[in-house]
Design a protein around this ligand. Structure first.
Ligand SMILES: C[S@@+](CC[C@H](N)C(=O)[O-])C[C@H]1O[C@@H](n2cnc3c(N)ncnc32)[C@H](O)[C@@H]1O
Length: 285
């Protein structure tokens, strides 16, 4: 029995996309001299019961460990103590032969991922990273750290609806500013997603003086616009990013997450191959 419950239809889709890429990745690297590193930064328990209670799914950790081909090392990060223990128990009982190749870190993904990245010599290693947070937990600085390795491919479930909720129509995003900056890496979203309200203001009519009528803003951010902006932001740090992230919607057809793929490797041949596989999955599955 698992303590982990969430998601809907798209949970299975997300995991299927990711595992399809993982299998292709291990085939592509099978005859290469690099050490193959798996990093699951929001690992969970290895098993998921969907929130409608209708399905049990193998989670990302279990899927990675059961792949036909092996990584040289598996790193898991999980902040919830009891989930981390469940994950360790799952590894002990179901994958005892892989135990010595696994490390489970308890704590914050940003901090532990920084440590893992520092501990590995990326000249001789290639990594596959899964960033599967519930919401806005991934710091932009962490993505920068990943990009610097020039050796990690990353699938990032970007929290689209959480961001959209922090961008109110009336431009009063004040209390969320720091969170959004941390999520998106700078403050360019302010001018990207907000325009000056074209309606005549009390100031324009001369009914109040300038100090009382600060500039009013209106939101100008369709889902497509947010998607394009995020892709352009990722392209400022990764040399290659898929232009085809998948939007996962809830049962009311509202966008919940954007599933993005980015490559930090600077080799054009490696980028071409990785992007061909990822785009095939994102467009066709
Ligand atoms: C969407 S679930 C991940 C599910 C997992 N990928 C799977 O397929 O089973 C997100 C997980 O991240 C954990 N978590 C939340 N905040 C975290 C943080 N800051 N650092 C690490 N883990 C975190 C949660 O406890 C939860 O288990």
């Amino acid at each position: 029995m698992t303590s982990q419950k969430f998601g809907g239809d798209w949970t299975a889709k997300k995991l299927n996309f990711f595992t399809s890429y993982l299998d292709a990745y291990l085939i592509a690297l099978q005859n290469q001299k690099f050490k193959k590193i798996y990093i699951d930064a929001f690992a969970g328990t290895g098993e998921i019961e969907t929130s409608d209670g209708e399905a049990y799914l193998a989670g990302s950790a279990k899927r990675a460990l059961s792949a036909e081909r092996r990584f040289d090392h598996y790193y898991f990060i999980e902040s919830d103590e009891s989930k981390a223990s469940e994950l360790e128990h799952m590894i002990d009982t179901e994958f005892p032969h892989l135990k010595r190749f696994t490390t489970v870190y308890r704590g914050d993904a940003n901090e532990k991922l920084g440590k893992i990245i520092n501990d590995i010599d990326w000249r001789f290693s290639r990594g596959l990273l899964f960033l599967d947070p519930y919401a806005t937990q991934v710091d932009w600085a962490t993505l920068e750290c990943v990009a610097v390795t020039k050796s990690i491919d990353v699938w990032y479930l970007f929290p689209f609806s959480a961001l959209n909720r922090m961008l109110p129509k009336n431009g009063k995003y004040g209390s969320w500013e720091n969170t959004i900056d941390r999520l998106l890496g700078d403050n360019s979203w302010r001018t990207e997603f907000y325009k000056k309200d074209p309606q005549v203001s009390l100031f324009d009519l001369g009914l109040v003086d300038g100090d009382e009528d600060e500039e009013r803003l209106v939101k100008d951010a369709s889902p497509e616009h947010i998607k394009e902006y995020l892709i352009s932001r990722l392209k400022t740090i990764f040399p290659c990013v898929s232009n085809n992230p998948r939007i996962f919607k809830n049962s009311k057809n509202s966008p919940m997450f954007l599933f993005c793929f980015a490559i930090s490797n600077e080799s054009v041949a490696a980028q071409r191959l990785a992007l061909r596989i990822a785009d095939h999955i994102l467009k066709n599955k």
